[in-house]
Design a protein around this ligand. Structure first.
Ligand SMILES: [Zn+2]
Length: 380
């Protein structure tokens, strides 16, 4: 995640904090300090830091449970809204997903139990006369850990409870339908929160939106995964596209941009070999900074990976995301450009597959390994 700072490395997991989290701590210090001076500011920051320590331990719970199944967690990032553990992949067996999902809240149950034992031993609950914030701290943290357990176990994506629900359903029905049902339950809960929020606490409206869109994105991610499983890069290959010659200038690129509506163009030399990709941003920047006479060869990206048409779809999609380019060139075994791997195309393919799945007795023609199609690209 961009704008994150490395803090510490524990058991091979990098702990980072996002810059907004540091701003949040600063804001807490300011708000507490304004009311009660330096001591209050320190207390406020300590309290919030302890809350996030509990959140961090929760994420470590997920990470260490995932490790049992051979899944690595390269990093955990703390944001003002909570922690995010980036697991290398999600466990595929439902029972493993349940263990990984429950491990997080289980950590908070353990912390709450320890705090409860501590408070009981020191007689904290009995001394109701204590009002000083520092003495209240264990009690407040106990409450927060219980809240973390309850909130995370709400059976709605993207909370842990949503994953547990999906995994429980996936024990009986297939993964895609289980995700769809779990997402539906999550969205119903979100609507309920929304209504409660409108008549009561506006914070609930925010949570409702977070849950609603979290559920929707989990659902479409599962659909995308199931759609792309077993496909090759060629299944999502755009064959009508525009290329730009290596000797062209930004002037030609601007024309292509306006007339084709595409956002990334492969640049090819006289032999038809792919030399790079030029993006809309690069074209516009060059137009602003160095004018229409700028040579394309100077502004094209040469680090965009090309994809062989037989590459598994999932691998090509991961490359596309890493490259931060709107399309990847697809090449044949002679390194000749034969198409573009483009996300726009994928959305349409998914819609087509959905429509065909609903239409009875139709064969879907997104075949596994088609011969490379004839190139049909236009050259400016
Ligand atoms: Zn969690």
């Amino acid at each position: 995640m961009g704008w994150s700072f490395h803090i510490v490395r524990v058991g091979g997991i990098e702990v980072k904090v996002h810059v907004t989290f540091l701003l949040f701590l600063g804001w807490i210090a300011y708000m507490y300090g304004r009311v009660g001076g330096l001591a209050a500011a320190f207390e406020g920051v300590l309290f919030v830091s302890l809350i996030f320590l509990c959140v961090l331990l929760h994420e470590f719970g997920h990470a260490f449970a995932a490790r049992r199944y051979g899944i690595r967690t390269p990093e955990i990032t703390l944001l003002p809204i909570g922690g995010v553990a980036r697991l290398e992949r999600m466990p595929e067996k439902p029972l493993e997903e349940i263990v990984v999902a429950i491990a997080g809240p289980a950590v908070n149950v353990a912390i709450a139990t320890l705090l409860w034992a501590f408070i009981t031993v020191t007689g904290g609950f009995a001394e109701s006369g204590f009002t000083h914030a520092a003495l209240d701290l264990p009690t407040k943290l106990l409450g927060i850990n219980l809240w973390l357990v309850i909130f995370n176990m709400i059976p709605a994506f993207p909370m842990d409870g949503g994953r547990v629900l999906r995994a429980l359903l996936a024990l009986r029905i297939d993964y895609l339908r289980a995700t769809h049902m779990a997402a539906g339950v999550g969205q119903m809960i979100a609507c309920l929160f929304g209504i409660l929020g409108l008549v009561g606490n506006p914070v609930l409206v925010l949570i409702a939106l977070f849950v609603y869109f979290g559920a929707a994105s989990e659902d479409s991610m599962a659909q995308f995964k199931s759609f792309s499983h077993g496909l090759r890069a060629s299944a999502a290959m755009l064959t009508h596209f525009q290329t730009l010659p290596l000797y062209a200038t930004v002037r030609e690129a601007v024309k292509a941009l306006v007339h084709s509506g595409e956002h990334a163009f492969p640049v090819i030399d006289l032999q038809g070999k792919l030399r790079g990709m030029v993006t809309r941003e690069a074209i516009i920047n060059a137009l602003r900074q160095s004018g229409p006479q700028t040579a394309l060869s100077g502004i094209m990206r040469t680090d965009v990976p090309s994809v062989h048409y037989t590459m598994p779809f999932e691998r090509a999609f991961a490359l596309l995301q890493e490259s931060q380019c709107t399309a990847l060139p697809i090449v044949d075994s002679n390194e000749q450009l034969i198409g573009l791997f483009s996300p726009e195309n994928m959305k349409d393919l998914m819609l087509i597959q959905k429509a065909l799945a609903e239409a009875p007795e139709e064969e879907l023609e997104v075949s596994d390994n088609p011969p490379p199609l004839p190139t049909n690209h236009r050259i400016v």
